[in-house]
Ligand binder design. Structure first.
Ligand SMILES: [Zn+2]
Length: 77
């Protein structure tokens, strides 16, 4: 092999074409509402489910989310 030999790749580099996908608001809105409802339920159970505001009379839900409650800074005990 000579020192002046040049390297020619057998396969040409492929540059992918990336195009943004548009999501219509009509398709996005139900998922946004569903996510919001789930988020509000999670915030309720982590932050408010205790004492007079409790739906359940037992402390199971409160104890289950107790660490998350302290992690997020909700007042507890
Ligand atoms: Zn606590």
């Amino acid at each position: 092999m000579h020192a002046s030999a040049t390297f020619t790749p057998a396969i040409a580099p492929v540059t992918p074409t990336i195009a943004p996908v548009s999501i219509p608001l009509r398709e996005l809105l139900p998922w946004a509402v569903f996510g919001t409802v789930l988020m509000l339920l999670a915030i309720y159970f982590v932050g408010v489910e205790e004492g007079a505001m409790a739906i359940f009379n037992t402390m199971y839900v409160h104890e289950f989310v107790h660490d998350g409650r302290h992690l997020l800074g909700f007042p507890c005990h």
